[in-house]
Design a protein around this ligand. Sequence first.
Ligand SMILES: CC(C)(COP(=O)(O)OP(=O)(O)OC[C@H]1O[C@@H](n2cnc3c(N)ncnc32)[C@H](O)[C@@H]1OP(=O)(O)O)[C@@H](O)C(=O)NCCC(=O)NCCS
Length: 172
Amino acid sequence: MLKIRKETPLDFDLIDEVTSLAFKNHQKGQLIQALRKNDAFKEELSLVATKNEIVIGYLLLFPTHIINNYRRHTTLLLASMAVMPDRQKQGVGAALLKEAIKQAQKIGLGSIVVSENSEYFFRFGFKNASRWNITMPVSAPGETILALELNRQGFSQVSGTVSVPEEFNSIL
Ligand SMILES: CC(C)(COP(=O)(O)OP(=O)(O)OC[C@H]1O[C@@H](n2cnc3c(N)ncnc32)[C@H](O)[C@@H]1OP(=O)(O)O)[C@@H](O)C(=O)NCCC(=O)NCCS
């Protein structure tokens, strides 16, 4: 049975393996290891998907801010989402994202942003962040900033630049 739960230290090696295989590189794994040491890291937003107790998927939402001259709005950056290649297209990614959204709402956070060249996120209600004038300091060619409001306040009166944790710049 597919289960979604927060990570424990016993999962670290398998999370590394899943992300390396899904992204075909080791950088995302290194990024996750570095982010775990950042004080902002929240265990409840670092989720594994397991089948028969084996880790087959992983998702990390990392707290950060959208900043402009007037205010700082707390948001969550989707730092990593990966499913073992031979387990993809079976709803594992969707189950991880739905649980992550639930956990984020539970701790009172109102939005998620993701920088991706993927239309995958539209099916979960993400929209192009340009509609709120939300940007990233730098994005890779072809990458779009997508964002999801998790409550009624969402991005009302929010615009600005997503503060990307230093670990992203040093590792990716
Ligand atoms: C993106 C990813 C996490 C999705 O996980 P998954 O378990 O396969 O997702 P689901 O089973 O919930 O959904 C599968 C659907 O998403 C679609 N999909 C997967 N990747 C996609 C992409 N990059 N762009 C658009 N659609 C995508 C599949 O075609 C499939 O469509 P269908 O339902 O019409 O058949 C997985 O493909 C993956 O690990 N990819 C490599 C890592 C990556 O690119 N992560 C991106 C986010 S940081």
